[in-house]
Ligand binder design. Structure first.
Ligand SMILES: [Fe+2]
Ligand SMILES: [Fe+2]
Length: 305
């Protein structure tokens, strides 16, 4: 395992500059070069329907008042955009670290371009959250991602971030783009997708030609166990949104809600997608260790509470 030669802060809680700071105009000039008239957009949430979140097939949502339904939907919508926003923020730090760890000129060129693209993505997504995303609080997944970027070695980072997470991100962003109520957000997501396919493709090329050292394998397994557990737990974001609007529910009500949301089924599908991404792209040793730990099997609804 190549030891990181620099310490990077993933920047999850890094503050933004004041809107009147002179750097803002310089940054806008640079972003405008990429985005043109799409530099500043205004959009009304929610960005997806109750059907998209599978809420419309649950008894609890259907029995809720109109204002409760609106609030649940707003929370679900916001948590999806916020999740994407902080992933893009971490992407900037990832590109910078991988550039520093590069071992060829072309690899460094690629990661420098990638860091720039992630910065543009961050700007694209932050227009769809209030206050430019300054108030967004990181969740457990973001903290895991930040720790990984800060501590991971070159091979583990390339595999977990570019092969697994960006590979999964492509289908995730595609679904978000195809189903969003906002034409503007759909356009931004489709533009982001073009870059993400390149980031993923490069990770695949590099991971397939590398032989992972035992330390990289063990480190990747440790991180992926934690990441997969978040998927094994199913539709936690939607459950959380319902609980924060309707208040605490009985255990049986929560189990029924998760069942009606197809939580276990969707979790099983995502886990299989992630497993194929790993096994097809140089991660056989990692997958066999994760298989032993049953990391690709979703938890039963009653074990997700
Ligand atoms: Fe991105
Ligand atoms: Fe990316």
């Amino acid at each position: 395992m190549t030891a990181p030669t620099m310490q990077i802060n993933a920047g999850l809680t890094m503050p933004g500059l004041a809107s009147e700071h002179r750097l803002q105009a310089m940054l806008n000039g640079a972003a405008k070069k990429q985005l043109g008239e799409r530099l500043a957009l205004e959009v009304e949430p929610p960005l997806w329907t109750a059907e998209f979140f599978k809420l419309a097939q649950t008894d609890l949502f259907l029995a809720a008042s109109v204002s409760e339904r609106d609030e649940i939907l707003m929370l679900c919508s916001r948590s999806l955009v916020e999740e994407a926003l902080l992933i893009e923020k971490c992407g900037m730090a990832f590109g910078a670290k991988m550039s520093a760890l590069s071992e060829s000129t072309e690899e460094r060129m690629f990661y420098n371009l990638m860091a720039g693209e992630e910065a543009v993505h961050y700007h694209q997504v932050r227009q769809f959250v209030p206050n430019n995303g300054e108030d967004v609080a990181p969740n457990a997944f973001h903290h895991l991602l930040a720790r990984l970027i800060e501590n991971g070695d070159r091979d583990s980072l390339g595999f977990i971030i570019q092969v697994v997470l960006e590979g999964w991100g492509i289908s995730h962003y595609k679904t978000l783009a195809e189903n969003t109520l906002s034409q503007k957000f759909s356009i931004e997501l489709k533009e982001i997708l073009k870059d993400e396919s390149r980031h993923h493709g490069t990770g695949v090329i590099l991971s397939r030609e590398r032989t992972f050292g035992i330390e990289s394998i063990e480190y990747s397994v440790k991180v992926l166990v934690e990441f997969l557990q978040m998927i094994q737990l199913g539709s936690q974001a939607v459950l959380g949104a319902v609980l924060s609007v309707l208040g605490e529910l009985k255990k049986e009500q929560k189990i029924t809600l998760l069942e009606q949301l197809d939580s276990v089924k969707d979790s099983a599908e995502t886990l299989q997608k992630l497993r194929s991404l790993m096994i097809l792209n140089g991660g056989e040793d990692i997958v066999s260790r994760l298989d032993v730990l049953h990391c690709f099997t979703p938890y039963l609804a009653e074990d997700c509470l």
